[in-house]
Design a binder for this molecule. Structure first.
Ligand code: 5GP
Length: 144
């Protein structure tokens, strides 16, 4: 997928927004959805998306929607910090397949980093068990 790719309304995050496929949600507003990454790179890896902005990547989103996203990223990163007490937190956002993007609905990753524990590879391996994601999500939600 190039940086100029058209938005596909049937991408996996659009399906999550519509409720066509399940997700472990952290918080949701009219504009924003935050949920657990099902192929986590670390315990607590989560994602923030805009529900109305049909943006494939950073270059497609209008500034107002981007501001709402950035505000939600900060809110969720704070809850990950307080709920999971990692040693550091990566905020990551990929644009285009060449950069590592695999889902073409603009999103931000919040990836807690724990000293002495390597991150798993990006978007690979088997999916996490929902019960395990729910346990971590409960700690994040409690810190929101
Ligand atoms: P990207 O590679 O586009 O930056 O990130 C896409 C992310 O979505 C990856 O970290 C991947 O693990 C995650 N992901 C892919 N499919 C699903 C899914 O069906 N549900 C959830 N919750 N995350 C997904």
């Amino acid at each position: 997928m190039s940086l100029e790719a058209q938005y596909d309304p049937d991408n996996i995050f659009a399906k999550i927004i519509r409720g066509d496929i399940p997700s472990v949600k952290l918080f949701e507003t009219d504009a924003i959805l935050a949920f657990m990454d099902v192929f986590p790179q670390s315990a607590g890896h989560c994602l923030v998306i805009h529900k109305q902005a049909t943006a494939t990547n950073l270059f497609d989103v209008d500034d107002g929607d981007l501001t709402a996203l950035a505000t939600a990223v900060k809110k969720l990163a704070r809850a990950v910090r307080d709920g999971l007490t990692p040693d550091g937190i990566r905020i990551v956002q990929f644009n285009g397949a060449s950069a590592g993007q695999t889902v073409y609905h603009l999103h931000f990753h919040i990836i807690p980093v724990y000293e002495g524990r390597d991150l798993s590879a990006h978007a690979s391996g088997g999916p996490a068990h929902t019960q395990d994601l729910e346990k971590i999500a409960a700690k994040i939600r409690a810190a929101l």
